[in-house]
Design a protein around this ligand. Structure first.
Ligand SMILES: NCCCN[C@H]1CC[C@H](N)CC1
Length: 292
């Protein structure tokens, strides 16, 4: 009888657990920051777990990685300089590199073990590191951004784990201030923003901070990711003061991305309809998160 894996038993999801049938444990070590686990599941392919929280599965990672990358990048004309905070599995890099206009991609991941484990067990994601435009910085993004030149980036993607561990400071106001400083006028930020069913307080806090700091527009979008708590994940998209950004009706449509380069696999989740639909919000969320 194979072991059943139970996750989410932590304060972010009190009273809730999600179990995935484990076929085989492939890796289990402690890094300087967290416990890193990889296992083969019955129906989701290989699964990456950090401190007991599912980060990605081979079956549904496309939804998260494609949306968190293309929602911002398809909203501005010819993005060139990109920063990815976190994202050590390489999946977001794989998606960012579909954009031919991109010339330089900085990535700042704090935990080297996540990168090494992804290269070994998730080649479909780690392929993102092979792009010659990628510059890897292993370290704390708070430090990295402190020494970042102002207005350097067209887009910043914060592909973080939950704010219960190494990613704690990535939801605090000072960090958002450094993100805004690192973006050019009319630059865009896309931040992982938890679940509309479980974390409306956290989302409200994030939206309030972003409304104060980002003088362009602030939006909330979401996607279906079955292996995340409550089966959905959200994104906060902001733009700095400057050329207006219309997140909902992308000016830089995805069609230019199809077949961007021969070794890229086809898009599995993102398209222009999903882009637009992602910003459609339920009534309770609009009320609770003053997104009217
Ligand atoms: N790069 C893989 C995804 C990392 N972000 C996830 C957001 C939601 C969390 N509960 C788990 C990690």
């Amino acid at each position: 009888k194979s072991e059943k894996a139970v996750y989410f038993n932590n304060p972010m999801w009190a009273g809730e657990a999600h179990s995935i049938k484990v076929e085989k444990i492939l890796y289990k070590e402690k890094s300087d920051y967290q416990e890193v686990l990889v296992f083969e599941s019955l129906i989701y392919g290989k699964v990456l777990v950090l401190d007991g929280i599912v980060q990605l599965t081979e079956k549904d990672e496309c939804a998260y990685q494609e949306m968190i990358a293309h929602l911002p990048l398809c909203s501005i004309q010819s993005p060139k300089n990109i920063l990815v905070v976190g994202g050590g599995d390489g999946g977001v890099l794989r998606e960012v590199s579909r954009h031919k206009s991109v010339e330089h991609i900085d990535i700042c991941e704090i935990d080297k073990m996540v990168i090494d484990v992804s290269r070994r067990f998730f080649p479909e994601l780690a392929v993102g590191f092979e792009d010659s435009r990628v510059h890897l910085h292993v370290g704390d993004a708070v430090e990295f951004l402190r020494s970042s030149p102002e207005g350097k980036y067209d887009a910043i993607i914060v592909d973080s784990s939950d704010p219960v561990g190494p990613a704690q400071e990535l939801v605090e106001k000072p960090f958002f201030e450094t993100l805004a400083k690192a973006l050019r006028p009319g630059g865009v930020l896309c931040n992982m923003a938890e679940s509309m069913w479980l974390h409306t307080h956290l989302i409200q806090d994030m939206i309030s901070i972003c409304r104060e700091i980002f003088k362009g527009s602030v939006h909330y979008a979401w996607a279906s990711v079955p292996t995340y708590p409550s089966g959905v994940i959200g994104f906060v998209l902001c733009s700095t003061a400057g050329p207006p950004v219309d997140f909902v009706n992308p000016t830089n449509p995805i069609e230019k991305l199809e077949g961007a380069s021969e070794h890229k696999r086809e898009l599995r989740f993102y398209n222009s309809e999903m882009h637009k639909a992602a910003f459609a919000l339920p009534a309770f969320l609009k009320r609770e998160v003053s997104l009217l």
